[in-house]
Design a protein around this ligand. Structure first.
Ligand code: 2NL
Length: 344
């Protein structure tokens, strides 16, 4: 039996030496040291041995078990280390490789234009005010000197929600709300950017939804020349130093007098071309001195305060600056169009 135990040890030891994976090593462990292994089997027959032989065989069996266990553990440590090294080698990454570029979103061109215009006016001491797109009849029309029968209130032009609620047709209601908040105390110096809605057939130059920026200045002693000075600065900063401006008489129900602002055409430098319809000038916004009725409804004493206001279509500014020929490009979200305006 002693020889048989030595044989089993040698046999198992060779298999341990030959094992190249942890799985093979574990198979050897189960086969030789497990409950159904040959060593356990052999021990069961010990009862038939003499009292002299029994302790010797028992001791040898324990020795074989112990040294085999130790041998397996040692081999296990070697295989585990090998496996780890293999993993480290195979899964090595080159941290010096340049990263894959992550596609970046970009501001919508209208957002960029609004932000640029905001910056110019903020630089002149204006603050930005915003308000609801769903408005009441009072704020959208009445408070702006557009009484019930006025043609601009026609169902043709306005999206009504109820007889009293509507989608604002201009951002002026934000300004009347601001005037109310000032409780008759100047100065008011704000610009109001936002979406507005008109019942229009969409085509190259019309959209039923567009962006507007309106501005309002109310204080004691505000004159038409203040309006002209603000526009001269604004136009030079937005369109370029080489642009001239002129004011042309016009009409709006909420301003008196009213004017249209033209900028000199950069295409032909005043010579006359298609862009300026051969006039040398391009119309960019409407403005005027705030109508006394509007001041009064906003809570300001028209005997003490005067003001000027203006309104511009953002799409038009973007189209003029970037040479875009169709307003619908802003709303159809063709990535090829939008990508051209991506900035860092
Ligand atoms: C245009 C013209 C304009 C105003 C908007 C305004 C607002 C208040 C009082 C007086 Cl609270 N006026 N806004 C004034 C003149 C012109 O817009 O052509 N917009 C696209």
């Amino acid at each position: 039996m002693l020889e048989r135990l030595q044989e089993l040890y040698d046999e198992a030891a060779k298999k341990v030496d030959d094992a190249v994976t942890l799985q093979q090593l574990n198979d050897v462990r189960v086969a030789y040291l497990g409950k159904k292994g040959p060593i356990t089997e052999l021990m069961k027959g010990m009862g038939s041995l003499s009292a002299d032989e029994r302790p010797k065989v028992g001791q040898k069996a324990n020795e074989v078990r112990e040294s085999l266990t130790k041998k397996i553990e040692e081999k296990e440590a070697v295989l585990e280390k090998e496996e780890l090294n293999k993993k480290l080698k195979n899964e090595r990454i080159d941290v010096t490789l340049p990263g894959r570029p992550v596609p970046k979103g970009a501001r919508h061109p209208l957002t960029s234009v609004v932000e640029t215009i905001e910056d110019v006016f903020i630089g002149m001491g204006f603050t930005v005010a915003e308000g609801p797109e769903v408005e009441t009849d009072y704020y959208n029309f009445e408070s702006l000197n557009l009484p019930k029968h006025h043609p601009a209130r026609d169902m043709q032009d306005t999206f009504f929600i109820t007889s009293d609620l509507l989608l604002r047709t201009q951002t002026s209601p934000v300004q009347t709300r601001s005037m109310e908040k000032h409780r008759g105390q100047g100065p008011v110096k704000i610009i109001c950017p936002g979406k507005v809605y008109r019942r229009d057939e969409d085509d190259a130059t019309h959209s039923h939804q567009f962006m507007q920026i309106e501005g309002l200045v109310v204080d004691e002693g505000i004159r038409m020349s203040d309006l002209k000075g603000i526009f001269a600065t604004f136009v030079k900063q937005y369109f370029g130093e080489d642009r001239d401006i002129r004011l042309r008489p016009s009409f709006f129900p909420f301003t008196e007098p009213s004017a249209e602002l033209d900028i000199s055409c950069a295409m032909c430098k005043g010579e006359g071309c298609r862009t300026c319809k051969h006039t040398g000038w391009i119309e960019v916004l409407g403005a005027g001195m705030v109508h006394p009725n509007v001041l009064e409804m906003g809570g300001f004493d028209p005997e003490k305060y005067t003001g000027f206001a203006f309104g511009m279509g953002v799409e038009r500014f973007a189209m003029l600056k970037y040479g875009i020929d169709d307003i619908r490009h802003f709303y159809t979200n063709d990535a090829r169009f939008l990508r051209q305006f991506a900035r860092e």
